[in-house]
Write a protein of this length. Structure first.
Length: 105
């Protein structure tokens, strides 16, 4: 994975909830969540991560933050649909330049 890129990710937790976050170093960040490192998110400190559901790459933090913001506003059913179909255009076409996000998982 490229260090100068930013990543938006969705993680499945043991209780079937979905956590969404951003990072510029996905391998480091996922290890923080799984190991419950002191830098892990408060959410994943109390919810065990069991699976990476989706991962998108984009060119900068601004784009990553926009996608994260809109994903977090989705209902659980919409998040499940996004994971299943990767159809950013349907959910966000008027809010985001969806072609700037490449799903890599």
């Amino acid at each position: 994975m490229e260090k100068d890129k930013y990543y938006v990710y969705m993680l499945r937790c043991e209780d079937n909830s979905i956590y969404t976050g951003i990072t510029n170093d996905f391998n480091r960040r996922i290890n923080e969540h799984i190991s419950k490192d002191k830098k892990c998110a408060k959410y994943t400190l109390n919810h065990n991560v069991v699976k990476i559901e989706a991962l998108w790459q984009t060119e900068n933090r601004v784009l990553a933050s926009k996608l994260e913001f809109w994903i977090k506003k989705l209902s659980k059913a919409q998040k499940e649909e996004l994971i299943r179909t990767n159809n950013l255009d349907t959910l966000f076409s008027e809010k985001l330049e969806t072609q700037k996000y490449e799903r890599i998982n």
